[in-house]
Write a protein that binds this ligand. Structure first.
Ligand code: XUL
Ligand code: CO
Length: 435
């Protein structure tokens, strides 16, 4: 035991009337929601990078946090791992996620970096079996080191492609060894700063090959988890190729991967792409590629990807509505890709941030379930599209009517469509009843 969280107790469910800031008022892991335990719906994960690797810097100033595990050697990395499992225990989060660069200092060679990663994974393996905490997903950091500045798989230099492939392999091996339930690829440098120095078609083919290599290796080693791509339109690159869910789906189809790879959809990334979170979830669900979620929120004034902990129940409720309608998160989970504000420097702030996020998600889930159980909303949607159940409508949809045949029917039957209200205000107020 480290003494980092000295004096802080495990966060417990105390119910909505509790005024204890270090208690859950809504997240009650064993509570049944639509026939399933709340914990099994939400599948919460702590993100190693934000809680343990991020130091509170911004473009105008450096580190504000003071953590005993900051340092560039293995002793510090091991202390960080110990404290990480202490946080998971205090919160009762069943999962965590990490990049290689979050958990070990970079070595002086590829081989040394991998040795260090494996050494930390040994600690994870022990702590995971002691505590029952599981790995939601692992991933490789292919964006921080300067070798990746012109891309990882999309780099003009094939040596960087090879180095990236090797790094992904090492991270897939560790994820597999730790029983990870997914493997994530986020391409922060897979894009460009200026099109003037970029051959876009060549870079697409490189990225498509890399993702196929990943899928081939998954099957080779018998990894049963889901391979996930995380869309984001920009930041750090000016333009990233995995712009949004629809762009990713087109990419997956072009390279024959639409049945092998799903998406990890993040709230702030959806907003950056000019969508809502639920738009991205609904798009992915409609195309069978909804995999997992990175939960956070943006600062809506700055318009940038600020990775706040989520605090808006109605937005989160709509997200879980689409997730429940998709049959849940399956191998995915709710990963808090969220960080403390740089003034939140106390150890207890790490707990308070997650309590905020977990309670917001629990309220959102319960609201979504209540909305579904009430049935009014789904009945409204069914009714709106009910005309499509008719025989002629079905024939049009199934391709049994040609354009001229449809035109002939419109003329013969004097079809004059009657506009109907979309009822947006009614629906917005209906949703408010449950949030
Ligand atoms: C960056 C981001 C990443 C991915 C994992 O915006 O969301 O942390 O989730 O690489
Ligand atoms: Co993310």
């Amino acid at each position: 035991m480290s003494d980092f969280f000295n004096g802080l107790n495990k966060v417990r469910y105390e119910g909505p009337a509790s005024t204890n800031p270090l208690a859950f008022r809504h997240y009650n892991p064993d509570e049944m929601v639509m026939g399933k335990r709340m914990e099994d719906h939400l599948r919460f994960a702590v993100a190693y990078w934000h809680s343990f690797a991020w130091e509170g810097g911004d473009p105008f100033g450096g580190r504000t946090f003071d953590r005993p595990w900051y340092g560039d050697d293995m002793a510090h990395a091991k202390l960080k791992a110990e404290v990480a499992f202490e946080l998971f225990g205090l919160l009762g989060t069943p999962y965590f996620c990490f990049h290689d660069a979050d958990v070990r200092p970079e070595g002086s060679s590829y081989a040394e970096s991998v040795r260090r990663l494996n050494e930390i994974a040994d600690i994870f393996e022990t702590r995971m079996s002691e505590t029952g905490v599981k790995l939601l997903w692992g991933t490789a950091n292919l964006f921080s080191n300067r070798r990746f500045m012109a891309g990882a798989s999309t780099n003009p230099d094939p040596d960087v492609f090879a180095y990236s492939a090797a790094t992904i392999k090492a991270n897939m091996d560790v994820t597999h060894r730790l029983g990870g339930e997914n493997y994530v690829l986020w391409g922060g440098r897979e894009g460009y700063e200026t099109l003037l120095n970029t051959n876009m078609g060549q870079e697409f083919d490189q990225m498509g090959r890399m993702l196929n290599l990943v899928v081939e290796y998954k099957h080779k080693i018998g990894f049963k988890g889901t391979i996930l791509v995380e869309p984001k339109p920009q930041e750090p690159s000016k333009h990233q190729y995995d712009f949004d869910a629809a762009t990713c789906y087109a990419f997956l189809q072009k390279y024959g991967l639409e049945n092998e790879v799903k998406l990890n959809i993040e709230v702030g990334h959806a907003i950056l792409a000019g969508h809502t979170f639920e738009h991205e979830l609904a798009y992915a669900a409609a195309n069978g590629i909804l995999g997992s979620i990175d939960m956070n929120r943006n600062d809506y004034q700055s318009g940038w990807d600020t990775d706040h902990f989520p605090n808006l129940v109605p937005e989160v409720a709509l997200a879980y509505y689409h997730i429940l309608r998709n049959g849940g998160l399956h191998t995915g989970g709710t990963n808090f890709d969220a960080k403390l504000r740089r003034q939140s420097i106390d150890p207890e702030d790490l707990l308070l941030g997650h309590v905020l996020g977990m309670d917001t998600c629990a309220r959102g889930l319960k609201a979504a379930a209540a909305l579904i159980e009430d049935g009014t909303y789904d009945a409204f949607l069914d009714k709106r599209y009910a005309g499509w159940k008719g025989a002629e409508a079905q024939a049009m949809l199934k391709g049994e009517r040609a354009l001229d045949e449809i035109a002939a029917r419109v003329e013969r039957d004097h079809i004059e469509p009657t506009p109907r209200s979309g009822k947006q205000e009614y629906l917005e107020n209906l949703i408010n009843r449950f949030c």
